[in-house]
Design a binder for this molecule. Structure first.
Ligand code: GDP
Ligand code: MG
Length: 444
């Protein structure tokens, strides 16, 4: 998506004369790209209209950076859609009182997994969460929740014998309220489709426990079906927030816009993997940047902040931005990456990075590859580490020496140089149009 939109904008900035027709053509391209990212057709049409209204033809004609102007309009409009009608209405948990939160969604959307992630998230924030299994439909549902709850270190409630979900839900919620738990999470069952039976059950559970918040969980990879699904749930119960799951892998994320517009509720978290901490607070700007393929510098920088001493960060980013991407910087990067944990996730925030050296699901392989590369780099001289000219580095005699010095095969040394060449390109092009804010956390 990102590249398609960039291409449309590129064509536009190449055109010498900006008239209505060129702008329209550009907007059409952008609209197509958004639809391919599963943004609902109606939304795209509205969006195009709004962008047109926002773009000031006079500014454009005056030769200001047209690409920037349109890009900003697209960005702002998408953010606006995600925030629409949800500002101020955002529910927040209250400390010291029992917050009851009920999860709804289709079977397989990720409710049980997400309940646990949610519990774990708030546990880290000092809440005392507890999990209630009101799914009596799916065999093994209670066992799954028990397992998850144990992982999160939370008490749980459920039954193998009681078959009425509303009854169990009520028992569990009452029990945990008595126990002084301040966040009681009710996991419900799902069905494969939006069936009447499911909705009836959902309503009964909701009436029994009177939740403070109902969270609708939706698989983020379902495409254009997102709007209707979200709407069906909203029509039945008072959905107050949305969590999108499975936004790892190849999910395009456009469904978020549909879910917000259908439920008039904010997306509060996204799930980015099966693991308990693959869960992020939703941030509109960050999400839209990702959707547009701008590279997610804010998350990346936050991640970096966790592992690089603060006084070192500006220096590193500055050097990369200046195109002085030397072997030494790459070495530091490798070191940081090894510290950062699941690296396919970190690196997938940067366009062009994820697939080559960090294929999803192969973190172990990538790690040992990186370690081998670092061994080779350990046998480089200081001058070689600071070298930014790839030709200089790949002289045959040097390759031989590095292979011998590190005890690795020459092909592997060549592999490292190839990686360096590629990454140096990725870094410099990624950073070109992208100003890194001085305080590193400013507005995008
Ligand atoms: P439920 O039927 O709605 O309770 O869904 P589950 O929580 O049982 O999840 C269904 C499947 O989706 C499980 O295999 C989960 O591991 C998986 N899953 C849930 N959330 C995510 C996510 O964010 N990313 C990925 N990759 N898988 C997820
Ligand atoms: Mg479940």
């Amino acid at each position: 998506l990102g590249s398609k939109i960039s291409r449309a904008l590129q064509q536009m900035s190449n055109a010498t004369l900006i008239d209505e027709a060129v702008l329209n053509a550009c907007l059409k391209e952008i609209g197509n790209a958004l639809m391919q990212a599963d943004v609902k057709v109606d939304l795209v049409i509205g969006l195009r209209g709004n962008i047109k209204k926002r773009v000031n033809m006079e500014e454009m004609a005056a030769g200001l950076n047209k690409r920037k102007i349109i890009e900003k309009a697209v960005f702002d409009e998408l953010c606006g859609l995600l925030d629409a009608g949800t500002e101020g209405a955002k529910f927040s948990l209250k400390k010291g009182k029992p917050n009851v939160v009920m999860f709804v969604g289709l079977q397989g959307s990720g409710k049980t997994t997400t309940c646990t992630k949610y519990a774990y998230h708030y546990k880290k924030e000092g809440y005392k969460p507890a999990l209630v299994c009101a799914d009596t439909f799916r065999a093994g549902a209670f066992d799954q929740l028990k397992q998850n709850a144990t992982k999160a270190g939370c008490p749980f409630y459920g039954s193998y014998t009681v078959t009425d979900p509303a009854t169990i839900a009520k028992q569990g919620v009452d029990r945990f309220k008595e126990d002084g738990r301040d966040l009681v999470i009710v996991d419900t069952s799902g069905r494969h489709k939006q069936e009447a039976a499911l909705f009836e059950e959902m309503r009964e559970v909701s009436e029994a426990v009177r939740p403070d918040l109902i969270i609708f969980v939706m698989d983020g990879s379902i495409g254009q079906a997102a709007y209707d699904q979200a709407k069906a749930f909203k029509d039945m119960v008072e959905v107050g927030a949305v969590i999108l799951t499975k936004l790892d892998g190849h999910a395009k994320g456009g469904g978020a816009l549909s879910a917000v517009s259908a439920t008039k509720s904010p997306v509060i978290f996204i799930g980015t993997g099966e693991h308990i901490d693959e869960f992020e607070e939703f941030e509109t700007k960050r999400f839209v940047s990702r959707l547009l393929g701008k590279g997610d510098w804010e998350s990346f920088i936050n991640k970096i902040s966790d592992v690089i001493p603060e006084d070192k960060q500006p220096e590193l980013l500055e050097n990369i931005a200046k195109g002085q991407f030397s072997m030494r910087i790459l070495y530091d990067q490798f070191q940081n990456i090894l510290k950062m944990g699941p690296m396919s996730q970190v690196m997938s925030m940067i366009p062009g990075f994820s697939n080559a050296i960090f294929p999803k699901g192969h973190d172990k392989d990538s790690q040992s590859k990186i370690k081998r590369y670092m061994t080779i780099m350990d046998s480089m001289t200081a001058k070689e580490l600071d070298e930014t000219n790839i030709k200089e580095l790949s002289k045959p005699a040097r390759l031989e020496r590095l292979a011998r010095g590190s005890g690795r095969h020459k092909l592997e040394v060549e592999g490292l140089l190839e990686e360096y060449r590629r990454l140096s390109k990725v870094f410099s092009s990624a950073l070109k149009g992208m100003k890194i804010p001085k305080n590193m956390k400013g507005d995008m």
